[in-house]
Design a protein around this ligand. Sequence first.
Ligand code: COA
Ligand code: AMP
Length: 630
Amino acid sequence: MKYKEFYNKSIDNPEEFWEEQAQKLDWFKEPSTILSKNKSGHYQWFEDGKLNMSYLCIDKHIEDGLGAKNAIIYDSPVTNTKEIITYNKLYKEVGWLAGGLRDLGLKKGDTAIIYMPMIPQAIYAMLACARIGVIHSVVFGGFAPSELAIRIDDCKPKIIITASSGIEIDRIIPYKPFVDEAIRLAKNKPKNVILFQRHLGADAPSMPYDIDYLELKKKSEIIDAVPVEATHPLYILYTSGTTGKPKGIIRDTGGYATALKFSMKYVYGVEPGEVFWAASDVGWVVGHSYIAYGPLLNQNTTIIFEGKPIRTPNASTFWRIIDEHNVSVMFTAPTAIRAIKKEDPEGELMKGFEMPKLKYQFLAGERCDVATLNWTEKMLKIPVIDHWWQTESGWPMLANMVGVEIVPVKPGSTTFPVCGYNIQILTEEGNVAPPDVEGYVTVKLPLPPGNLMGIWGNTKRFQAGYFDRFKGYYFSGDGGYVDDDGYVFITGRVDDVINVAGHRLSTADMEEIVSSHSSIAECAVIGINNDLKGQIPLALVVTKSNNKIAESVIQDEIVQEVRRIIGPVASLKQVLIVKRLPKTRSGKILRKLLRNIADDINYNIPSTIDDVAIVKEIEEIFIAHRIKNQ
Ligand code: COA
Ligand code: AMP
């Protein structure tokens, strides 16, 4: 079937379409209600179905006689380790850990935080939670203890599962000390910390709440998967919003499993048994959907890569892995490709690697510039697919659906809506924007299966953040337009969320930290274009009139404070001291104007500005600091 026909079917009759897709899973109880509304009036999928994600990702394949097939390949250039985990081994590892969690008193509906580097135990932990209906929340390792503490207080986990340490290229990241510090900061203290000891250094003193991962496993027995309702939350994943407080996106089980299984075949074009590699981190949505659950559901081999595109040991690592592990489909962020391209522009380091199995290279997580897309196509000589989605959706919303029909790529566009997504570009007034006119990217309800079910503990924010702006539509927070041929172009966030090296961060969060510095009167943090990371944050600060501290000291203290509170991943490296900030007469900082000046985008000075002279001054400061070219 061709794309258009398939897509139209999904929009014209979503219930029939998704019922058919859901039947491809082994449910403990097949759903009879396909689409309904929950108590708060939001759509939900497969309400009365029962299933278990861990069973579908492991036991099902063993029952099908595929237990000896590879489930996971762990490739860690930073520790010089490679390990193959078959589905049989995965069954034991996950079953034991699930047994251990049960022995610790965890039960369906409890929450657990997983704070781990890219090691197989991170996936075992996710699947072990899913096996007994415990709702996991994986926190990215680049976040500092105070960010971890915020998440602990929000989702109140009974336990935290962690490892002693991780490695960033050649630097030890002390995970366990960070967990201890986060627990100290948090109001809600988890009962236990399960610690996987890696013996890499940075060992922390043992705490009364510690439980050794291997000891726990040794004492426990493998337990069966527990059937859960389709609407039972599989996980909470925190992401940045427009306020300083991260929002815990809740994912269901049945809709998500249906959507992921569908996407493996139709979006990514990957068949069971093939090797699928998403070079991301389990702490992000890509890691949840396409390192852990998607490939395992689809009986693919997934790769856990503990390394970087460059410097582990060089810019050939991606090609080595594709060759060595026979990767068929790969997914990474454009920033990773830009890093490789910068180190090895002619692809010299590719020589000697064979990649005959590689069918498609997928890119997402941030806008993909045309030069990066073209370079990747030139190097790999296969279709390179830029596709668009978010933590909230859990799976692609716009893509070239290669498993249905490959349509010609238009550089700069993420192609067409994926089945189930009735994407509409709306104007400020809520009307459908004509072709080529930029507007707000929305999805007409209902959203297809797999999308967010809510925000943990905050129904109001869920409703207000996504559904209030345009009645009957989900608002993505992105801007974009559709051309005459129906290709969709995403132009970027229309709110205070920025994307730094594919990592989603909130400028409001950074502003809270910057403005709490004792010398600062007011500040604005904006995301500005960057050749490597796509965007980076820039802080503009106005010091208090009685300030006595040297400017360079203030700048350094702010950089360190953001790093300490949010984590190194925030990548705030530049703080500029300015006399004033451009504002409207009502006192609102004109952040968009600042962004446009920095990014050299033509701008009009709004008529509401209270002080026109400041625009020229800021422009000069940006030129002096090479933020803007002359
Ligand atoms: N644990 C601890 N620290 C981490 C971390 C983790 N898991 N991930 C990143 N950090 C730290 C880095 O060490 C760095 O610290 P530094 O400022 O002390 O050097 C900081 O956070 C910023 O990291 P990053 O944004 O990754 O920049 P980088 O300069 O180290 O590397 C790239 C640049 C392009 C190589 C890297 O960003 C990359 O591989 N990007 C791909 C991103 C990706 O896959 N995103 C997933 C979305 S699909
Ligand atoms: P995250 O929730 O971390 O996956 O980040 C989602 C945001 O990243 C989206 O709202 C977009 O702003 C951006 N994004 C993701 N993929 C793309 C893409 N292919 N093109 C442009 N922006 C993207």
